[in-house]
Design a protein around this ligand. Structure first.
Ligand SMILES: [Zn+2]
Length: 583
């Protein structure tokens, strides 16, 4: 069984084989092991003791960027493009953000997806050039709650993909890749070499894995160079004949590190935010926000639920009340979220996807309604179509095609806005009837109201001000509907040495709730139980979906005699769990 933790241990022990890169050694980089987290890292700075990753180090560039020159979003792209062009890379246009060439994905979630095809459930690569660079706009819906809040989370972002296929003759491998990434940071961007730190890690994907080096500057991870070199089959691995360099870096972060603004949104959405501030009359208190961001950044923000607690801590340290802090921060977070969501909509609608109640369109409608809810909540005079048009203009140099779709975007947003308005009118009645019946509105009810009526919690709050909106509401509903189709790729799941699963669905097709024991958790996302009532896909019929504990089950497959459930969450082996099937 190939588990990430075990593999990383093996790679760590054998670091000379996987991470010792001639270029780093010749440059004088020294390998150290972080005394806090145990990760291996490479640095030119003899004083550095800890790795640069959170929580061992926090952002140290806010208000104090490490470059002499400042680059805006588009300028940063030009610098990167020029650099790789000079270094013999083909620069290719972005692929659609709506991923139609992969049956298991709705959206392009990373640059490498552009070049992956599924053949007989195995991922194969198709590169138009070698090596190449692509500014790939991506969509991810797994963290909506954090978008606008943390300063670095997006649904829509640009991944700079640097890719090469290496077969010993053509393309390049680790050495050249790391040299290019180091040179890019230190030459055109002018970052002091001692500031660049490479951290050893590992990437495990469906059917393949390899070591990776993440690169950091002042606590900010800018890119991650993955070297895919092994194929998995069952519990064994074999070296690939054609290895793949998969370096992905956030364009947002390149621009951000040179500006040191309180959030990366300030850089990515600069002209959009200027417009929104004018429309809403919000005064951006840069000095206050910088102090806030520095403090917030020094606290670990990984747990969504801890945001309220974090606010309290930060308010204390700033010497203001939580109410005053929220008053200053919340409208800005709304503007950031609107900026992100409109950018996602601009790309997705341009690439032919419509907001709807199913598939990828479900998530588009969620972010559109979330944006409209912010406008409602703060009573802003903002036209989302104008904002989309600004995005198209801002990104014209990288994506000239966006401007051609403004009419379409206008038409679609107009229809959606009308729908939302009708929903608003219905909401009052529905809430009144719930109150009359003496029913409570808990999280489950909120999700149901959104799914069946399209009513967002913010709309309910208008009539029920005491309503507590779960902080991760939007993350929950999009997870439930899945930005990815998340099918199980059978070849990558190792079910060896497992007993046949007792498949009970044929004994009792009406059984919707049951308990079972977790026999094995594979790759943190597939679970095998001792018995199951979930119907696995087969005979042209789709699998059941539902929940194991609180984690959604998105797919169920039979591999030999073993039934595998795809879950969004980690379960403990040996434990008895509650299972629920949605019919
Ligand atoms: Zn560390």
């Amino acid at each position: 069984m190939l588990e990430k933790k075990k593999l990383l241990k093996k790679f760590n022990k054998d670091w000379e084989k996987y991470y010792k890169i001639d270029f780093l050694v010749e440059k004088g980089f020294e390998r150290k092991v972080c005394p806090k987290c145990g990760k291996g890292f490479w640095t030119l700075n003899p004083e550095r003791k800890h790795c640069p990753d959170q929580p061992c180090q926090f952002y140290e560039f806010l208000g104090d960027p490490p470059t002499r020159k400042r680059f805006d979003y588009i300028q940063a792209w030009k610098v990167i493009e020029d650099f790789f062009k000079k270094n013999s890379h083909a620069i290719i246009r972005r692929y659609p953000i709506v991923c139609r060439w992969r049956p298991d994905l709705f959206f392009t979630i990373a640059s490498i997806i552009d070049f992956q095809r599924l053949e007989k459930n195995r991922v194969v690569f198709e590169f138009p050039n070698n090596p190449l660079l692509v500014p790939q706009f991506c969509l991810r819906f797994n963290d909506i709650t954090n978008v606008g809040v943390t300063g670095r989370h997006y649904t829509c972002f640009c991944m700079i993909g640097q890719h090469s296929i290496y077969n010993g003759k053509e393309g390049y491998w680790k050495d050249r890749c790391i040299q290019l990434d180091f040179d890019l940071l230190t030459k055109p961007f002018g970052i002091d070499p001692e500031e660049v730190v490479f951290v050893e890690d590992l990437w495990v994907g469906p059917g393949a894995f390899g070591p990776s080096l993440e690169y950091f500057v002042r606590g900010l991870e800018i890119g991650n160079a993955v070297f895919t070199e092994f194929l998995t089959s069952g519990s064994s691995a074999k070296e690939m004949k054609e290895k793949v360099v998969d370096m992905g870096a956030g364009l947002e972060r390149f621009a951000w590190i040179t500006q040191g603004t309180p959030t990366s949104y300030d850089v990515t959405f600069e002209p959009i935010l200027r417009y929104l501030e004018k429309r809403t009359g919000i005064k951006y208190d840069a000095e206050f926000f910088l102090r806030y961001s520095k403090l917030a950044g020094s606290l670990n923000l990984d747990e969504v639920r801890s945001i309220a607690k974090m606010r309290k801590d930060v308010a204390n340290r700033l010497g203001v009340t939580v109410e005053l802090l929220n008053q200053k921060i919340k409208p800005l977070e709304g503007l950031y979220a609107i900026s992100d969501h409109t950018m996602a909509l601009t790309f997705a609608i341009s690439d032919g996807l419509l907001p709807s109640n199913v598939g990828g369109g479900y998530n588009l409608r969620v972010i559109l309604r979330r944006a409209l809810s912010f406008i409602d909540e703060f009573d802003w005079d903002i036209d989302l179509v104008d904002v989309c048009e600004l995005h198209a203009r801002h990104l014209k140099l990288m994506c000239p095609e966006l401007s051609e779709h403004i009419d379409e975007i206008n038409r679609i947003i107009e229809i959606e806005r009308k729908r939302f308005h009708e929903t608003k009118l219905r909401t009052k009645k529905i809430v009144e009837s719930i109150v009359q019946k003496g029913e409570t509105i808990d999280e489950g009810r909120l999700i149901e109201l959104y799914d069946s009526e399209g009513i967002t919690p913010e709309l309910i709050k208008v009539y029920k001000p005491e309503l507590k909106i779960p902080v991760d509401f939007y993350t929950k509903i999009t997870e439930k509907h899945m930005g990815e189709k998340k099918i199980i790729i059978k070849e990558s799941v190792d079910v060896s040495n497992l007993p046949p699963t007792q498949l009970l669905v044929y004994d009792d097709q009406k059984k919707l709730e049951f308990q079972a024991k977790v026999l094995r958790m594979i790759d943190d996302r597939y679970v095998v139980l001792d018995k199951t009532y979930f119907f696995p896909e087969g005979g042209g019929q789709k699998s059941d979906i539902g929940f194991i504990e609180d984690f959604p089950v998105s797919d169920v497959q039979k591999i030999g005699d073993v039934v595998v459930h795809r879950v969004l969450g980690k379960l403990e082996e040996g434990k008895t769990v509650n299972c629920r099937i949605n019919k």
